[in-house]
Design a protein around this ligand. Structure first.
Ligand SMILES: *Cc1c(COP(=O)(O)O)cnc(C)c1O
Length: 219
């Protein structure tokens, strides 16, 4: 089932790319595996998934131990500063950096192991209280403030759209993040789109979709 689901997700991404006139290889899939056992993750890797996304550092650490670095590991969930030390050892990309304090701690911990840690800035485009992420208008100050940190590299922006019944309703949030990214010359990655709304996200320029249920479940 995992291989078939993955194939279907890929086809849906390809069609969305075609509609938006984007080269399909530009849209990467992060396979989100929170709560899934190692054998399902291995099945996904064997089906061709190249990036695994986890929500929690502790859960990821156990799986990383079991599976190792035959895949890339990304942190897509919220990161507490006291977990930054473990996070820099596991993840090639941290999608959820939402404060200077956290960026500073990631920089410090990455420096200790001689790593330059790639990160994304999580932006709360919808302004929902329940969501992590900085407001769009805080992003320029964050970029200025973090320019001194030598052991992080800011690669792009990430957002989680509101849960809506119709994915079309998520489109304005994706468009807003795309616009923000386009205003900042140095940023390339746009991590947006989940099982419910990834096609709309790709049409709006997402080049990194984070997909769990559409790969592992019959949805
Ligand atoms: C769980 C999760 C996803 C994947 O969600 P699905 O609906 O299972 O595709 C993507 N991003 C984040 C931050 C998540 O927590």
């Amino acid at each position: 089932m995992i291989a078939e689901n993955l194939k279907s997700v890929r086809q849906r991404i390809e069609r969305a790319c075609k509609r938006a006139a984007i080269p399909p290889q530009d849209a990467k899939i992060v396979c989100v595996t929170k709560g899934r056992p190692a054998d399902e993750i291995i099945e996904a890797i064997e089906a061709g998934v190249g990036i695994i996304g986890e929500n929690r550092v502790q859960e990821a650490a156990l799986k990383y131990k079991a599976i190792g670095n035959k895949t890339e590991w990304h942190l897509v969930g919220h990161l507490q500063t006291n977990k930054a030390k473990d996070a820099v050892r596991i993840f090639s990309l941290i999608h959820s950096v939402d404060s200077l304090r956290l960026a500073e701690e990631i920089d410090r911990q990455a420096g200790k192991i001689g790593k330059v840690q790639d990160i994304l800035v999580q932006v709360n485009v919808s302004g929902e209280k329940s969501k992590f992420g900085m407001a769009p208008d805080q992003v320029p100050a964050f970029l200025n403030g973090s320019a001194l940190y030598r052991n992080i590299r800011i690669k792009g922006l990430m957002t989680i759209a509101p849960e809506v019944d119709d994915p079309e309703k998520a489109r304005p949030y994706f468009r807003r993040l795309r616009k923000l990214r386009d205003e900042i010359n140095s940023l390339q990655l746009l991590s947006m789109g989940m099982s419910n709304d990834f096609e709309v996200a790709v049409e709006e320029g997402s080049n990194m979709v984070r997909i769990g249920r559409a790969i592992f479940e019959d949805v």
